[in-house]
Design a protein around this ligand. Structure first.
Ligand SMILES: [Ca+2]
Length: 148
């Protein structure tokens, strides 16, 4: 996850309807996104999920940290790791295009190797204004990081 130019995002393992891609964020506020990029998912529907792989270096207990993109048409998400729900709900609505800063998705005991982070659309802020091509439940992930 951590390369020479900052932290990124692992492979997308599954996704609901809509589109996802790595979006160049260099035209937005300079330096705010690691690698000037985010994983974006548009046109997702209520209850659908995106599942992303992340790598754990050694068996241990970690704080799973993630940075998301926030903007006017972004949704509200809940999370699971390896199919187990974590007690976290994140509202990615914001009046400007920005990042969430590092949010803890929980302290987890993880084995060395690949794991799955799943984000599920559970709604969107009443202020959220979706575009007809993007929907009102957008998801954006800047990076995932494991802290001890
Ligand atoms: Ca990034």
């Amino acid at each position: 996850m951590q390369g020479r130019r900052g932290r990124g995002v692992g492979n997308v393992l599954s996704v609901g309807s809509g589109r996802h891609w790595v979006q160049d964020m260099s035209t937005y506020r300079d330096g705010l996104w690691s690698r000037d990029a985010q994983l974006i998912w548009t046109q997702g529907k209520m209850g659908e999920s995106i599942e992303i792989e992340f790598s754990v270096p050694a068996d241990d207990k970690y704080d799973l940290l993630a940075v998301f993109t926030k903007a006017i048409e972004y949704g509200i998400f809940e999370f699971a790791v390896d199919g187990e729900s974590v007690d976290k709900r994140v509202d990615l609505y914001d009046t400007e295009v920005t990042t969430s800063g590092e949010i803890s998705l929980g302290k987890l005991t993880l084995t060395k190797g690949l794991h799955r982070l799943k984000a599920t659309i559970v709604g969107h802020n009443a202020m959220s204004k979706g575009g007809h091509r993007t929907g009102a439940n957008l998801f954006g992930l800047d990076y995932v990081r494991l802290a001890k």
